[in-house]
Ligand binder design. Sequence first.
Ligand code: IMP
Length: 178
Amino acid sequence: MRMVDGERLDVLISRDAIAARVREMGECITNDYRDKELILVGILKGSFIFMADLCRSVDLLAEIDFMAVSSYGMSTKSSGVVRIVKDLDNSVEGKHVLVVEDIVDTGLTLNYIYGHVKSRGATSVKICTLLDKVSRREITVPVHYKGFEIPDAFVVGYGLDVKERYRNVKDVCRVVED
Ligand code: IMP
Protein backbone atom coordinates (compact mmCIF):
# COMPACT_ATOMS: atom_id res chain seq x y z
CA MET A 1 0.00 0.00 0.00
CA ARG A 2 1.19 3.54 -0.72
CA MET A 3 2.11 5.24 2.55
CA VAL A 4 2.16 8.86 3.66
CA ASP A 5 5.72 10.19 3.38
CA GLY A 6 7.67 9.68 6.59
CA GLU A 7 5.23 7.13 8.00
CA ARG A 8 5.66 3.38 8.38
CA LEU A 9 3.30 0.72 9.71
CA ASP A 10 4.63 -1.99 12.04
CA VAL A 11 2.35 -5.00 12.51
CA LEU A 12 1.20 -5.32 16.13
CA ILE A 13 -1.51 -7.97 15.67
CA SER A 14 -1.55 -10.05 12.50
CA ARG A 15 -4.65 -10.76 10.42
CA ASP A 16 -4.40 -14.45 11.36
CA ALA A 17 -4.27 -13.73 15.08
CA ILE A 18 -7.23 -11.38 14.71
CA ALA A 19 -9.26 -13.96 12.76
CA ALA A 20 -8.63 -16.68 15.35
CA ARG A 21 -9.53 -14.42 18.28
CA VAL A 22 -12.68 -13.06 16.61
CA ARG A 23 -13.86 -16.64 16.02
CA GLU A 24 -13.33 -17.42 19.74
CA MET A 25 -15.20 -14.29 20.78
CA GLY A 26 -18.07 -15.19 18.46
CA GLU A 27 -18.33 -18.67 19.99
CA CYS A 28 -18.37 -17.19 23.48
CA ILE A 29 -21.13 -14.73 22.55
CA THR A 30 -23.12 -17.52 20.86
CA ASN A 31 -23.04 -19.56 24.09
CA ASP A 32 -23.85 -16.61 26.36
CA TYR A 33 -26.83 -15.30 24.36
CA ARG A 34 -28.50 -18.57 23.40
CA ASP A 35 -32.32 -18.17 23.64
CA LYS A 36 -32.02 -14.38 24.08
CA GLU A 37 -33.02 -11.56 21.74
CA LEU A 38 -29.65 -10.06 20.84
CA ILE A 39 -28.86 -6.81 19.04
CA LEU A 40 -25.27 -6.14 18.04
CA VAL A 41 -24.67 -2.38 17.94
CA GLY A 42 -21.50 -1.37 16.09
CA ILE A 43 -19.92 2.01 16.70
CA LEU A 44 -18.98 3.60 13.39
CA LYS A 45 -16.75 3.96 11.70
CA GLY A 46 -13.96 2.09 13.47
CA SER A 47 -15.91 -1.10 14.21
CA PHE A 48 -17.15 -1.81 10.69
CA ILE A 49 -14.66 -4.55 9.83
CA PHE A 50 -14.70 -6.10 13.30
CA MET A 51 -18.50 -6.15 13.23
CA ALA A 52 -18.55 -7.77 9.79
CA ASP A 53 -16.30 -10.60 11.00
CA LEU A 54 -17.72 -10.94 14.52
CA CYS A 55 -21.38 -11.09 13.50
CA ARG A 56 -20.58 -13.94 11.10
CA SER A 57 -18.98 -15.83 13.99
CA VAL A 58 -22.12 -15.40 16.09
CA ASP A 59 -24.42 -18.32 15.33
CA LEU A 60 -27.67 -16.73 16.56
CA LEU A 61 -30.68 -14.90 15.14
CA ALA A 62 -29.18 -11.48 15.97
CA GLU A 63 -30.16 -8.00 14.80
CA ILE A 64 -27.41 -5.66 13.63
CA ASP A 65 -27.55 -1.90 14.18
CA PHE A 66 -25.02 0.93 14.16
CA MET A 67 -24.44 4.20 15.96
CA ALA A 68 -22.00 6.90 14.99
CA VAL A 69 -20.52 9.29 17.50
CA SER A 70 -17.91 11.94 17.14
CA SER A 71 -15.40 12.30 19.92
CA TYR A 72 -11.98 12.90 18.45
CA GLY A 73 -12.62 14.88 15.27
CA MET A 74 -9.43 14.81 13.24
CA SER A 75 -7.18 14.80 16.29
CA THR A 76 -5.67 11.75 17.98
CA LYS A 77 -6.57 12.99 21.50
CA SER A 78 -9.96 12.51 23.14
CA SER A 79 -11.87 15.74 23.62
CA GLY A 80 -14.12 14.09 26.19
CA VAL A 81 -17.06 15.53 24.30
CA VAL A 82 -19.23 12.86 22.67
CA ARG A 83 -21.92 13.74 20.14
CA ILE A 84 -24.34 11.28 18.53
CA VAL A 85 -24.08 11.63 14.77
CA LYS A 86 -26.26 8.60 13.98
CA ASP A 87 -28.61 7.07 16.54
CA LEU A 88 -30.00 3.52 16.67
CA ASP A 89 -32.43 2.71 13.84
CA ASN A 90 -34.55 0.31 15.87
CA SER A 91 -35.90 0.07 19.41
CA VAL A 92 -33.77 -1.86 21.91
CA GLU A 93 -36.53 -2.01 24.53
CA GLY A 94 -36.66 -5.41 26.21
CA LYS A 95 -33.70 -6.70 24.20
CA HIS A 96 -30.15 -7.62 25.00
CA VAL A 97 -27.65 -5.19 23.48
CA LEU A 98 -24.02 -5.95 22.81
CA VAL A 99 -22.09 -2.80 21.88
CA VAL A 100 -19.31 -3.63 19.41
CA GLU A 101 -16.38 -1.22 19.57
CA ASP A 102 -12.98 -1.17 17.85
CA ILE A 103 -10.91 0.11 20.76
CA VAL A 104 -11.39 1.41 24.29
CA ASP A 105 -8.92 4.13 25.17
CA THR A 106 -9.94 6.66 27.86
CA GLY A 107 -13.38 5.01 28.05
CA LEU A 108 -15.20 8.34 27.63
CA THR A 109 -16.91 7.38 24.37
CA LEU A 110 -18.16 4.02 25.61
CA ASN A 111 -19.25 5.42 28.95
CA TYR A 112 -21.55 7.78 27.09
CA ILE A 113 -22.85 5.13 24.67
CA TYR A 114 -23.46 2.65 27.50
CA GLY A 115 -25.63 5.18 29.36
CA HIS A 116 -27.45 6.15 26.19
CA VAL A 117 -28.36 2.57 25.23
CA LYS A 118 -29.41 1.72 28.81
CA SER A 119 -31.70 4.76 28.88
CA ARG A 120 -33.47 3.34 25.81
CA GLY A 121 -34.83 0.45 27.88
CA ALA A 122 -32.51 -2.40 26.91
CA THR A 123 -32.83 -5.42 29.22
CA SER A 124 -29.05 -5.74 29.32
CA VAL A 125 -26.14 -3.82 27.81
CA LYS A 126 -22.72 -5.39 27.46
CA ILE A 127 -19.57 -4.24 25.73
CA CYS A 128 -17.38 -6.08 23.26
CA THR A 129 -14.16 -4.50 22.04
CA LEU A 130 -11.44 -5.81 19.78
CA LEU A 131 -8.69 -3.77 21.45
CA ASP A 132 -8.24 -2.39 24.95
CA LYS A 133 -5.63 0.21 25.93
CA VAL A 134 -6.11 -0.42 29.65
CA SER A 135 -3.32 1.91 30.78
CA ARG A 136 -5.08 4.92 29.24
CA ARG A 137 -8.41 4.50 31.03
CA GLU A 138 -9.83 7.68 32.63
CA ILE A 139 -13.27 6.35 33.50
CA THR A 140 -14.33 2.81 34.45
CA VAL A 141 -16.41 1.06 31.81
CA PRO A 142 -17.43 -2.59 32.03
CA VAL A 143 -15.74 -4.47 29.17
CA HIS A 144 -17.33 -7.94 28.93
CA TYR A 145 -15.63 -9.29 25.80
CA LYS A 146 -12.13 -8.22 24.86
CA GLY A 147 -9.98 -9.30 21.91
CA PHE A 148 -6.55 -8.01 22.87
CA GLU A 149 -5.00 -5.71 25.45
CA ILE A 150 -2.49 -3.41 23.76
CA PRO A 151 0.11 -0.92 25.02
CA ASP A 152 -0.31 2.85 24.84
CA ALA A 153 0.46 3.27 21.14
CA PHE A 154 -1.64 4.70 18.34
CA VAL A 155 -2.80 1.88 16.08
CA VAL A 156 -4.49 1.68 12.70
CA GLY A 157 -5.85 -1.00 10.39
CA TYR A 158 -8.76 -3.49 10.58
CA GLY A 159 -11.13 -0.50 10.58
CA LEU A 160 -9.08 1.89 12.72
CA ASP A 161 -7.78 5.10 11.20
CA VAL A 162 -5.57 8.08 11.65
CA LYS A 163 -7.13 11.05 9.85
CA GLU A 164 -9.31 8.61 7.88
CA ARG A 165 -6.32 6.70 6.52
CA TYR A 166 -5.35 3.01 6.80
CA ARG A 167 -8.80 1.63 7.75
CA ASN A 168 -8.41 -0.93 4.93
CA VAL A 169 -5.08 -2.32 6.21
CA LYS A 170 -5.58 -6.00 7.10
CA ASP A 171 -3.44 -6.14 10.27
CA VAL A 172 -3.56 -3.93 13.38
CA CYS A 173 -0.42 -1.80 13.08
CA ARG A 174 1.44 0.89 14.96
CA VAL A 175 2.09 4.09 13.05
CA VAL A 176 5.81 4.84 13.21
CA GLU A 177 7.29 8.18 12.11
CA ASP A 178 10.56 7.62 10.21
P1 IMP B 1 -12.03 6.81 24.12
O1 IMP B 1 -13.28 7.63 24.24
O2 IMP B 1 -10.83 7.59 24.55
O3 IMP B 1 -12.10 5.47 24.79
O4 IMP B 1 -11.78 6.61 22.59
C1 IMP B 1 -12.36 5.63 21.82
C2 IMP B 1 -12.31 5.97 20.37
O5 IMP B 1 -11.12 6.69 20.05
C3 IMP B 1 -12.25 4.71 19.53
O6 IMP B 1 -13.54 4.28 19.18
C4 IMP B 1 -11.44 5.16 18.33
O7 IMP B 1 -12.30 5.71 17.36
C5 IMP B 1 -10.53 6.23 18.86
N1 IMP B 1 -9.17 5.70 19.17
C6 IMP B 1 -8.60 5.55 20.39
N2 IMP B 1 -7.35 5.05 20.28
C7 IMP B 1 -7.14 4.86 18.96
C8 IMP B 1 -6.02 4.33 18.21
O8 IMP B 1 -4.96 3.92 18.73
N3 IMP B 1 -6.19 4.29 16.86
C9 IMP B 1 -7.32 4.72 16.22
N4 IMP B 1 -8.37 5.20 16.89
C10 IMP B 1 -8.29 5.28 18.25
